[in-house]
Each structure stands twice: as structure tokens, then as C-alpha cells.
Design a protein around this ligand. Structure first.
Ligand code: ZN
Length: 161
């Protein structure tokens, strides 16, 4: 068992605290090489707090990140507006918007404005006894509904008036 003194005598090289400068070094650094030669202009401590007017840029305008106007406006948009299909009194071939099948529309005739006007006209002309109902049997005087033959969806209507 060795003595603790030998352990402490080993120079570790790792000082626990930085060694402060000696009194002479501190004095020379603060008061110059010759104290007293430069003391005539100094009424107080040499290192008095001299006010240094620092220009404070307090209100420096910081540019806000403005939203950059997008170079590309909203042009890409899915348009589901189908082409304006003109329905007439004839079957047309089209893509059914419901079942997306290429179909030929099925025509369903029903009484429309022209049908009733024709009926009224015939009634005024004297065709009161059943003859005024003829327009309801004439397809050319009725509106036409276009239906899909597959999904039975109403695709459009052709109106005489
Ligand atoms: Zn369909």
C-alpha cells in the first residue's frame, strides 16, 4: 500500500481551474508599463464606463414572406361538363354518362307543350269528339325523352317548343 502523498505528487496536467494571472501580469496589463505616467488625464478609473452610443436598429423592417403569386393559375381542373348534346326526335348514339357505354338512345314520346297546343287548336276548330286527342298519338307533336337502353337513365329531352 502506497502512501497517498505519492499519488498527489504526480503532476496531472489537468488543472481543476484555470490559473489566474499573477498580480504583476494583471497590473501591467491594466495600468500600462509605468504606472503614474499616464495618470494625469485620468480622474477616475481608467476603465470607467464610457458611454458608447450604439445606434440601435430597433425598427428594422423585416420583409414578411409575401405569398408569391403563383405563376400557374388554376388551369388544371377536371371538367366533367360533357359536350352539349343536341337531342332531336331521332335516336342518337352517345356515351351514356351513367353507365359509360356507347349506346343508342331509346326514344320515349310524351305529351309536351306542342301536344297540348295542337289539342287545343283542334278543339277550337271543332274537332272536339276525340279528334283533339290525335296529337297525343302523333309522335311528331310530342316531346322526346332519350333514355339509355341499358341503365334506363334519362339522358335528355327534346322539346318541340
Ligand atoms: Zn346508361
Amino acid at each position: 500500500m502506497q502512501a497517498p502523498g505519492s499519488y498527489q505528487s504526480i503532476p496531472t496536467g489537468y488543472p481543476a481551474a484555470p490559473v489566474p494571472p499573477s498580480y504583476e501580469e494583471a497590473t501591467v496589463a491594466q495600468y500600462g508599463p509605468a504606472p503614474g505616467t499616464d495618470m494625469k488625464n485620468m480622474g477616475g478609473p481608467a476603465y470607467s464606463s464610457q458611454p458608447t452610443p450604439m445606434p440601435v436598429y430597433s425598427s428594422q423592417p423585416t420583409p414578411m414572406p409575401m405569398p408569391v403569386p403563383m405563376a400557374n393559375p388554376v388551369t388544371v381542373q377536371t371538367v366533367y361538363v360533357q359536350q352539349p348534346i343536341s337531342f332531336y326526335d331521332r335516336p342518337i348514339q352517345m356515351a351514356c354518362p351513367s353507365c359509360h357505354e356507347m349506346i343508342v338512345t331509346r326514344l320515349i314520346y310524351n305529351a309536351g307543350a306542342l301536344t297540348w297546343l295542337s289539342c287545343g287548336g283542334l278543339f277550337i276548330l271543332g274537332c272536339a269528339f276525340g279528334c283533339c286527342l290525335i296529337p297525343f298519338c302523333v309522335d311528331a307533336l310530342q316531346d322526346v325523352d332519350h333514355y339509355c337502353p341499358k341503365c334506363k337513365a334519362l339522358l335528355g329531352t327534346y322539346k318541340r317548343l
